[in-house]
Design a protein around this ligand. Structure first.
Ligand code: ASP
Ligand code: MG
Length: 397
């Protein structure tokens, strides 16, 4: 029998109703596969065992208490794994709860943002061979000193992907409260629909451009191990979105990739054009911890964008260098994403036409092989996103 890893997020484990759906999904999968379950902490703050609630129990300096905070945060997923194990047993399934350490997950020492370095699957494999369903606490591991570590916020997805890779699973299913990966943020684009398939690269690009779907590292692990990743809802029977290295049904492996599969949006940006600025501007930004994006360098000036929250620091730094800066506050970045746009002529032309027809002014652009981003005024973000969504047929024909 092949192995399926099923990861359930906080909303799926928080309530008895969610757990009833969860146990049904596990029981279904257990009919034809060996199943390993990974769980997140129960609910979101102020729920009593949510990660932020637990972290709020102590008032301390985050950097000096990083080891203790990891031990505290890891409790949320451990509680969840016991509760879910009990629910599965209630249904007659032979489940066993495991901490990340018990599941053999070894990480580096970087508390709060640890990377998995090794997984010793011996114990997991023994449980599976004995016909048991391991329920692993997500988001955590153990370092070489035997201390508890956590994998960064949203890290339970990464636990699931890593276990899938280590066990050679047929697929890793990420269960959440949405039907799948959406073609755009539905709060910005009401016509947004969920996608039935996507490539790893597209999902990584979307995450980098501001869409919060799956923990970035989870997608990277799935991509490198070529494990199919499925994003689907605990609460419905829809298939969800299957993420592989070739979007499209397995029956059509040579189908052309769609040029654009999603629109991503990020608000709260400011554009800076530094007259007479040169490359020393970037060193000064870096020294002061300001992250820059959409970078354009010209002989007589440099242009880039930053988060609005970083604007006071950035202004001070540039004043200190003696440069004049033009700032456009209240900007948003609107991007189209698609692996199939590489080498396809006319995508930029269609983008420009769609935005011009919608009356949106483009302040700056940047692009990669798999995306084109436009900076627009915040009040035009929605118009721009909807125009691009329609132009590339993402809302259906
Ligand atoms: N509970 C952790 C967090 O809130 C990890 C996760 O949910 O994936 O970040
Ligand atoms: Mg999550």
């Amino acid at each position: 029998m092949g192995i399926i890893v099923q990861k359930f997020g906080g909303t799926s484990v928080a309530t008895a109703e969610g757990r009833a759906h969860l146990t049904r999904k596990v029981a279904e999968a257990a009919k034809h596969s060996d199943v390993v379950v990974v769980v997140s902490a129960m609910g979101r703050a102020p729920a009593p065992y949510a990660t932020d609630t637990l972290l709020g129990l102590v008032d301390c300096d985050r950097s000096s208490a990083a080891r203790e905070l990891d031990a505290l945060a890891a409790c949320g997923e451990i509680i969840s794994s016991v509760v879910v194990t009990a629910a599965l047993r209630g249904l007659g399934l032979d489940a066993v709860s495991l901490t990340g350490a018990q599941a053999g997950i070894v990480t580096d020492d970087c508390h709060g943002q640890a990377r998995i370095v090794h997984i010793d699957t011996a114990r997991l494999v023994n449980h599976i061979k004995a016909g048991q369903i391991p329920v692993v606490a997500g988001f955590q591991g153990i370092n070489s000193r035997g201390d508890m570590t956590t994998l960064g916020r949203g890290g339970s997805d990464t636990t699931a992907a890593a276990l899938g890779a280590a066990l050679g699973a047929d697929r890793v299913e990420i269960y959440t409260d949405v039907t799948g990966v959406m073609s755009a943020d539905p709060n910005v684009v009401p016509e947004a629909r969920w996608q039935d398939s996507m490539t790893y690269t597209e999902l990584i690009e979307m995450a980098n451009l501001g869409a919060k779907v799956v923990h970035l590292q989870a997608v990277e692990i799935a991509m490198h191990s070529r494990t199919p990743l499925v994003i689907r809802s605990t609460f419905s029977d829809e298939e969800g979105t299957i993420v592989t290295d070739m979007a499209g049904k397995p029956t059509a492996p040579f189908a052309a990739l769609r040029p654009v599969t999603a629109v991503a949006t990020t608000g709260g940006r400011a554009q800076l054009i530094v007259e007479g600025g040169n490359l020393n501007v970037f060193s000064a930004m870096a020294t002061n911890g300001v992250s820059v994006d959409m970078i354009n360098v010209f002989p007589d000036r440099v242009a880039f964008i930053i988060a609005m929250a970083d604007l006071p620091v950035a202004r001070k730094v540039i004043d200190g260098l003696g440069h004049k800066v033009d700032v456009v506050e209240g900007c948003a970045k609107v991007s189209i994403v698609g692996e199939g746009m590489r080498g396809t002529p006319g995508i930029m032309a269609r983008l420009a036409t769609a935005l011009a027809e919608a009356g949106v002014a483009i302040l700056q652009t940047s692009d990669s092989h798999y995306s084109i981003s436009c900076l627009v005024k915040s009040e035009q973000m929605e118009t721009a996103a909807r125009a691009l969504h329609a132009q590339f047929g993402l809302g259906g024909m």
